[in-house]
Design a binder for this molecule. Structure first.
Ligand code: ATP
Length: 214
């Protein structure tokens, strides 16, 4: 299939659509409407219709969308049938938790290599993933065809590690550190700051409660 340029927001919704459509298909559903998907996914039906239209899929009034066709198109776009190898840098508390997270069960990725400076864990296998010395990063990333890395090192080491990852040729970094890393524009960074997310949630709840008082 020709490579299409989807917006970042649409790209983020694709795995959700894929998972939901797989479930529907398993239940024997052949067709689905955007209204049903809105209900299941809590995504606006108009947004769903627009996303699907990028794939040339126009739902038919009174029929909806063909589940198998959508699955095939999204599978192609997501390459769900090939598993992407991911590297994890920094096997501390958070790194360990992510090593145990079953990325492969809900998506098309698995952590195939971990890296650390701590010689007590270098050379060991943690949660079925080998831990390499940070100096092996170039070699392993090339050998294992790794394009994405998860960064769970202390903030002070984040930029240095990001530079190494860029040099090794990764295309994307999921940054769990509080440091805003600087990378060339060809590399995509996704920042995941758990304490910011939690603060935002607490803030919303507090403000909602205040609004309830009036
Ligand atoms: P966290 O919960 O953030 O993982 P932690 O207290 O378990 O915190 P950190 O001090 O944040 O541990 O370090 C995380 C991991 O990163 C540790 O295993 C540490 O050895 C490793 N680490 C530290 N510096 C580097 C570095 N420059 N490169 C790779 N790994 C590093």
């Amino acid at each position: 299939m020709e490579k299409m340029k989807l917006s970042e927001a649409t790209t983020r919704r694709l795995p959700l659509y894929y998972r939901c459509l797989s479930e529907l298909s398993k239940k024997g559903e052949d067709k689905v409407s955007s209204a049903i998907l809105e209900d299941l996914l809590k995504i606006d039906a108009a947004t769903i219709r627009r996303d699907f239209s990028y794939f040339g899929q126009m739902g038919r009034r009174g029929y909806g969308y063909d589940v198998k066709t959508l699955l095939m198109l999204f599978n192609d776009a997501l390459k769900q049938d090939t598993t992407a190898n991911v590297a994890l840098i920094g096997v501390g508390n958070l790194g360990h938790a992510l090593l145990n997270f079953k990325f492969h069960q809900i998506g098309n990725a698995r952590i195939s290599a971990a890296f650390d400076v701590n010689q007590e864990i270098v050379g060991t296998v943690q949660s079925k993933v080998p831990v390499y010395d940070i100096s092996d990063i170039q070699e392993q990333i090339k050998e294992q065809d790794i394009t994405v890395a998860i960064l769970t090192v202390p903030a002070s080491a984040a930029q240095k590690m990001a530079d190494m990852l860029v040099k090794a040729g990764v295309h994307g970094i999921m940054n769990f550190t509080t440091e805003l890393i600087d990378v060339p524009s060809r590399v995509i960074v996704q920042n995941v700051d758990l304490s910011v997310e939690l603060q935002a949630l607490i803030y919303s709840i507090n403000h909602q409660n205040q609004a309830d008082l009036f």
